[in-house]
Design a protein around this ligand. Sequence first.
Ligand SMILES: *[C@@H]1O[C@H](CO)[C@@H](O)[C@H](O)[C@H]1NC(C)=O
Ligand SMILES: *[C@@H]1O[C@H](CO)[C@@H](O)[C@H](O)[C@H]1NC(C)=O
Ligand SMILES: *[C@@H]1O[C@H](CO)[C@@H](O)[C@H](O)[C@H]1NC(C)=O
Ligand SMILES: *[C@@H]1O[C@H](CO)[C@@H](O)[C@H](O)[C@H]1NC(C)=O
Ligand SMILES: *[C@@H]1O[C@H](CO)[C@@H](O)[C@H](O)[C@H]1NC(C)=O
Ligand SMILES: *[C@@H]1O[C@H](CO)[C@@H](O)[C@H](O)[C@H]1NC(C)=O
Ligand SMILES: *[C@@H]1O[C@H](CO)[C@@H](O)[C@H](O)[C@H]1NC(C)=O
Ligand SMILES: *[C@@H]1O[C@H](CO)[C@@H](O)[C@H](O)[C@H]1NC(C)=O
Length: 531
Amino acid sequence: MKLSTATVPAFLSLLVAAAPPAPKFNDVTLDIVNAPLAPDGFTRSTVSANGQFPGPLIRATKGDTLRVKTNNKLTDPTMRRSTTLDFDGIFFDTPNAFNEGTPFVTTCPIGPGASYTYVLPLGQQTGTYWYHSQLSMQYADGLRGPLIIYDPEDPQAHLYDVDDESTIWFISDWWHNATLSLLESYNFNQIIPVSDSGLFNGRGRYNGGPETEYAVSTVTTGKRYRFRIINASARSDFTISVDNHTLSVIGVDGVPVNPHTVSVIDALAGQRYDVVLTADQPIGNYWINTVLGGGAPRHNLNLNVTFGRGVLHYDGAPDAEPTGPMTLGPQPGDPARILLNEWELTPLFPVAPPPADIELTFLTSMTPNASSPSGFDSKWNINNISYVSPLVPTLVKILDGDDSKTEDTFILPANKVIQVTFPPSTEDELHPFHLHGNNFWVIKSNGSDTINEVNPIRRDVSGAGAGGTILRFTTDRPGPWFFHCHIFWHMNAGLAAVLATGVNETRHAVHPTGAWDDLCDAYNALPAELQ
Ligand SMILES: *[C@@H]1O[C@H](CO)[C@@H](O)[C@H](O)[C@H]1NC(C)=O
Ligand SMILES: *[C@@H]1O[C@H](CO)[C@@H](O)[C@H](O)[C@H]1NC(C)=O
Ligand SMILES: *[C@@H]1O[C@H](CO)[C@@H](O)[C@H](O)[C@H]1NC(C)=O
Ligand SMILES: *[C@@H]1O[C@H](CO)[C@@H](O)[C@H](O)[C@H]1NC(C)=O
Ligand SMILES: *[C@@H]1O[C@H](CO)[C@@H](O)[C@H](O)[C@H]1NC(C)=O
Ligand SMILES: *[C@@H]1O[C@H](CO)[C@@H](O)[C@H](O)[C@H]1NC(C)=O
Ligand SMILES: *[C@@H]1O[C@H](CO)[C@@H](O)[C@H](O)[C@H]1NC(C)=O
Ligand SMILES: *[C@@H]1O[C@H](CO)[C@@H](O)[C@H](O)[C@H]1NC(C)=O
């Protein structure tokens, strides 16, 4: 018999409340290795989890405590040999801030030959997330994969029939060169290296390359599929559509929303969309168009955005590519084009944002460096300050009672409501800003003039650009949280800040393990080339 709290006598319910359930551990091991892989037909050395791209699915159930044992087995000198993992979108309560793997904010990287186990109590979070290396540009070398938290009591379960490993759409940009050389080139001319291909579930093609088989999603007529779209790109945004099908959006960045039907989704780097696709078309094969945006293909003749795609295959259809043309999906002017507008989404469980206690204005800008050899070596800034990683992680300083802070750290009180306004920028860029360890309300989206303080969506990545963007969040989960542009090239050039919320509360609540303390000692003892 299942006891609901209502039927439990008062004294018993006190007992129940006094004994929290034992954590349900979910153990995962990731060996971080340099495997040769050829997702688009071009073989290159990678940094990858268990030698796979995308990395293995981390499958969790609501309430699990994930323990991700990360063994650094990297040896290839063309890429960073240390590593650290970020679990994008996962909340970190203050006592656990030290497991939030942001290098030089909450941790030191794991050196080659070393291991660290990230412990993540998932609490009530459910939905679509991902993990990636947070060190330098290393995730573009391959270290990125999906993390899904399934909910056995999903309030949206009636909306779909199928939701499993086969319904994840992991979309990413891909480079043939290792990122250390790409970063050198970027630092020299400030042109973000344009990727060689766009990958759909780890498969793609490039101009002049072999006809790699596209990844296939198989469906059965009449069934409804919950596809979990993860834009795991480091640079590019993607436009997603499926020929002859609409997509009903039911979740963004792990937060359920009321179903909203569209045919085209523009996803920014780091964003996730859960959509329901109904297999209601004649049995056949249909293109899933995942079109890479951002960056002029003329900077890389390998890139052919038309090649970014997968196949939606109906049971009973021939085992073949669709016969229809490879298009970029419905274009402006086409009546079949129903574009997803972020501000039209409404949360399934609305929470009105409280009024802001503190207002911050973040102006993004780029400053060219006239004295660099190329004349370009520029930096990205927030309020004229380009983020530079400290040598000692911010969290270590907080715990040591060292109150010195760098100018790109914002000290904010605990348990307040913070509003961050990005005024309309003059650059032609949409920066996907991502907050670690928390989510925010999107009070105003870049593309809309509407200020929504009633039922805005909550998410953890939103674009800031020419239209202006307003985000609001609470500091009820104190800790030093990284806030950065998810175009990792820009982040590396300084487009980031640390929001150190509740410094005293953090100092009192965080008691890291010896294993975490050891990371910094070991990392600092490494020669530069192994860091
Ligand atoms: C990338 O690799 C190609 C082929 O090896 C080389 O020609 C090119 O210069 C490299 N680009 C960068 C930015 O390292
Ligand atoms: C992923 O995000 C990047 C960067 O914002 C964007 O250029 C790309 O189009 C997005 N991809 C998808 C499939 O939405
Ligand atoms: C899919 O849509 C295209 C364009 O509207 C149309 O020409 C084609 O016949 C449709 N295919 C099927 C199988 O309905
Ligand atoms: C992309 O590939 C298609 C098919 O091979 C070709 O027609 C087109 O010219 C290519 N586009 C670019 C920009 O290379
Ligand atoms: C500008 O470039 C010079 C020469 O490469 C370099 O020494 C200096 O640190 C750069 N300045 C900034 C702010 O990055
Ligand atoms: C940034 O620097 C420019 C030029 O020095 C100055 O006009 C502007 O007020 C500064 N902006 C901020 C937010 O400090
Ligand atoms: C951002 O908003 C501006 C102003 O509404 C709009 O012109 C621009 O296209 C938007 N950017 C993107 C990438 O949606
Ligand atoms: C933090 O603690 C210090 C010393 O205990 C105290 O002086 C300071 O006022 C506290 N700050 C806040 C914001 O509570």
